[in-house]
Write a protein that binds this ligand. Structure first.
Ligand code: HEC
Length: 423
């Protein structure tokens, strides 16, 4: 049914343009037949109005099918078209009833021709974009630019899980749906561009793939009084929305983001994270690894006596581990720790004796983020062992007697470490 509607709708431009010529002829003959010597022409006038009216009926029906349900912003065009149709039917009836031309009838004819012209102009704005009329006009006549107002939001920020927020669905499409889809959808795709899905954007419009060609970005960043500026009508994109779209388009164009990418895949810049917080109330900042690590939970009974082992909080399955008996042999202590190593996120080995032997024996700990070696007898020699901990962020070396220049020690510390104490 939808297809049939659009098929009939496709005849709208033909059904509109052809009868306009007939209407002009009707009004022209109507005027001429006011002159008593040309009064004979009047016979043709009702016929011409009649044909024009029939054309208008066809234009209204096809236009209605093309535009779809009422309530869209092209309703003004629709009502002017409908009014013109009623007017032309009225002209047919009136002119058929009267035997000769009257000035009042001619005036009415001009009124409905004017209405037809205005309906046509509104239709032109729909197909050629708002302000197409003013495109080449002197600036004084072109429309005043929009004033961009940032969307104001209030209320609490909701902490988002960066791995589950699908960027296109939750952040990008809602902007397009609000500001673009009215003119870029299945039933009515201006510029042959649909913006109701990621696939549609990739397919693009008459200019091709809207993402790869950067046509979309160009349109939304043109001066707002430019005839090609988008959205061509309605509220323009806010600065925050532009920031979000810019960053996402760049990622999508570089194939680093697609329809299913999450915030973690996208890795938006700090200013984009802030723009998201302002426009959506979503806090998409990256949590420190210590809050993201989720090893399987373990039972915390039978804790060996040389160790203290505590969950870092109720919500975490990771543990903070402290060596109590600092003189114990590394092999003994580490064998006792074995059932817990996968969950260690903070390891406190302060005042350790024989630290180099310890560092050489330490097993991989996937979730280790903090290591305290303060006041231990660690030397620089064993620091290179730390590179086996991918999420190690904090290392405390205060009170140690490191035997190398500072630069060489820094070179031994893995790049994941952002907080280093004691140098
Ligand atoms: C009021 C209707 C309307 C709205 C709203 C609108 N557009 Fe358009 N758009 C048009 C018309 C008409 C055209 C075709 C004429 C032209 O190319 O300027 C078009 C064409 C385009 C094109 C060119 C497509 C191609 O490949 O030729 C892009 C890109 C575009 N719009 C993006 C947008 C974006 C992004 C938004 C939302 C921020 C938007 N539009 C909102 C009416 C609209």
């Amino acid at each position: 049914m939808q297809d049939l509607n659009l098929f009939i709708g496709a005849f709208h431009p033909i059904l509109v343009h052809l009868p306009i010529g007939v209407l002009i002829a009707a009004v022209l003959l109507h005027v001429l037949s006011l002159n008593s010597r040309l009064a004979g022409l009047y016979k043709a006038v009702p016929w011409l109005y009649g044909v024009a009216a029939l054309g208008a009926v066809g234009a209204v029906i096809s236009g209605w099918l093309l535009a779809g349900p009422l309530g869209a912003h092209w309703d003004t065009h629709r009502y002017w078209g409908l009014g013109t149709m009623v007017g032309l039917l009225l002209m047919t009836w009136l002119s058929a009833r009267s035997a000769s031309a009257k000035t009042s009838g001619v005036i009415l004819g001009f009124v409905f021709m004017g209405a037809c012209g205005w309906a046509g102009h509104l239709g032109g704005e729909l197909t050629h974009g708002d302000g197409h009329f003013a495109q080449y006009a002197p600036t004084a006549f072109s429309k005043t630019p929009f004033v961009t107002t940032a969307d104001e939001q209030s209320g609490e920020l909701i902490l988002a899980n960066r791995d589950s927020v699908v960027v296109y669905q939750e952040l990008i499409q809602p902007i397009f749906t609000q500001k673009c889809v009215a003119c870029h959808r299945a039933e009515l795709a201006h510029g042959s561009l649909r913006m109701d899905s990621y696939a549609a954007l990739k397919k693009g419009g008459s200019e091709g793939d809207a993402i790869a060609t950067k046509e979309l970005w160009r349109r939304i960043t043109l001066p707002s009084d430019h005839p090609r500026f988008m959205p061509s009508r309605g509220e323009p994109l806010s600065y925050d929305e532009l920031l979000i779209i810019k960053s996402w388009l760049a990622a999508a164009a570089a194939a680093a983001a697609d329809s299913m990418s999450t915030i973690s895949d996208w890795k938006p810049e700090e200013e984009v994270i802030q723009a998201i917080a302002r426009t959506t109330n979503l806090d998409v900042r990256e949590l420190p690894y210590i809050d993201r690590a989720r090893p399987p939970a373990i039972a915390l009974d039978n804790i060996p006596e040389m160790w203290s082992i505590q969950p870092i909080s109720q919500q975490h399955t990771t543990v903070e581990v402290k060596l109590i008996d600092v003189k114990v042999e590394p092999s003994v202590a580490l064998t006792a720790l074995e059932p817990f190593t996968a969950n260690v996120t903070i390891l406190d080995l302060r005042q350790l004796k024989n630290a180099d032997a310890w560092l050489a024996a330490l097993p991989p700990m996937e979730h280790l983020t903090k290591l305290d070696l303060s006041r231990s007898d660690a030397t620089a020699a064993s620091l290179s062992r730390l590179s086996q901990y991918p999420y190690l962020e904090t290392v405390n070396l205060s009170g140690t007697k490191l035997d190398l220049p500072k630069e060489e020690i820094l070179a031994l510390i893995p790049t994941s470490v952002t907080k280093l104490y004691g140098l």
